[in-house]
Design a protein around this ligand. Structure first.
Ligand code: KG4
Ligand code: ZN
Length: 361
């Protein structure tokens, strides 16, 4: 069964085709992506209306590209999957609208997919796929959650952020340092030149005894640190960007200290989740899962404790269509969605907790 997947929840248009035969892990036949990062950069963040318009421009050419990669015609598609949420309503409407139009034109079913389920299952497309059960650390721009995953569609929330997401902590710290959007990769690059221990930044809820996170205080601590350094600079505080009077080394040290604080908390809580559940496998998914320090620290801790950590391929860490097509395929294989069922209900769910996923109609 060939499933075309469309992702359009935020600032990436992703389209992919998977083959979900029998019970083997769906195979990727082609995938194409257009990132809107360059377009939003001028505004310092995602502009929802511009995002929607760009998804409209990209989605059909990307679909053509994916079919060409796979050497297949549109008529070879057996089902169309799309991200129903969570995400930006207008952006989601583009992908779901196109998916339903294609489904109707082809007379094929449409499968609605939860964006985070896509992230969570994305390591199944890697060379080293996990097996159930496992703990998943979901770390994206909008979410930071630890889930117990017993199978496709069987997710139990163990803990989550009570304020900012880990990706937001990266992005906001980067913004305070005058780095561009999205801040995560830029901050990680700058941190390579810095000293992790240069500044003592808080590790919120590290010893809270539960599996929740809090990153809002870290942003304030980074702000305070940048202000302190700016005021102490020979030329005094800047009139343009707050971080301008800082030396390159000071900026790198703040970046390294902020990254170390975020990663420390993510690693400690992930290990605590494994201890609590008694599970030995951790899956890391979502944009922040691309962070090299996070991967390094988790791998080192796993090696010491005899644990396994699985990641999606780097290219599939951030938003993409492959994870949407894959999640749809795995849901069909798990019997959670009828492969030859009617057209899914046409709606979007901008706010949609993964724990409310249930078995869709
Ligand atoms: O999963 P994703 O692409 O989109 C959402 O669903 O949110 O995640 C985007 C987030 C952004 O906050 C971005 O700064 C962060 O992932 N990110 C990183 C890295 N690459 C992306 N954060 C830290 N280090 C990275 N290498
Ligand atoms: Zn995402």
């Amino acid at each position: 069964m060939r499933i075309l997947g469309i992702e359009s929840s935020c600032d990436e248009t992703g389209v992919a085709l998977v083959d979900a035969e029998g019970t083997s892990v769906p195979r990727l036949l082609g995938h194409a992506l257009h990132s809107q990062i360059a377009m939003h950069q001028a505004y310092g963040g995602v502009v929802p209306e511009l995002a929607s318009r760009d998804h409209i421009r990209r989605v059909l050419p990307l679909t053509d590209a994916v079919l060409a990669q796979a050497g297949l015609a549109l008529s070879a598609v057996d089902a169309v999957a799309c991200t129903r949420g969570p995400g930006l309503a207008g952006a989601l409407l583009v992908g779901t609208g196109v998916a339903h139009a294609l489904g109707m034109a082809l007379g094929k079913p449409v499968i609605s997919v939860h964006h985070l389920e896509g992230h969570l299952l994305s390591p199944f497309l890697s060379a080293d796929p996990p097996s159930f059960p496992f703990v998943a650390l979901l770390v994206s721009g909008g979410h930071t959650q630890l889930m117990r995953v017993d199978g496709v569609g069987r997710y139990e929330l163990l803990g989550e952020t009570i304020d900012d997401a880990a990706g937001e902590a990266f992005d906001k710290s980067a913004k305070l340092l005058g780095l561009g959007y999205p801040g995560g990769p830029a901050l990680a690059r700058l941190a390579e030149q810095g000293d992790d221990n240069a500044f003592k930044l808080p590790r919120p809820l590290l010893h809270s005894g539960d599996l929740d996170f809090s990153f809002a205080g870290l942003k304030t601590a980074v702000l305070t640190q940048v202000k302190r350094l700016a005021h102490a600079a020979p030329e005094g505080p800047a009139t343009s960007h707050l971080a301008d009077p800082l030396t390159a080394q000071q900026k790198a040290d703040v970046a390294a200290s902020a990254q170390a604080a975020i990663v420390d908390v993510l690693v400690k809580k992930s290990l605590a989740a494994l201890t609590r559940t008694g599970l030995k496998r951790l899956v890391v998914a979502g944009g922040v899962g691309a962070n090299a320090r996070l991967r390094h620290q988790l791998d080192a801790a796993a090696a010491r404790r005899g644990l396994r950590v699985h990641y999606p391929e780097l290219a599939l860490c951030t938003d993409n269509g492959a994870m949407i097509a894959l999640a749809a395929g795995l849901r069909v294989q798990a019997g959670l969605v009828a492969a030859n069922g009617p057209h899914g209900h046409f709606d979007v769910a901008p706010r949609w907790p993964l724990t409310e996923l249930g078995a869709p109609a």
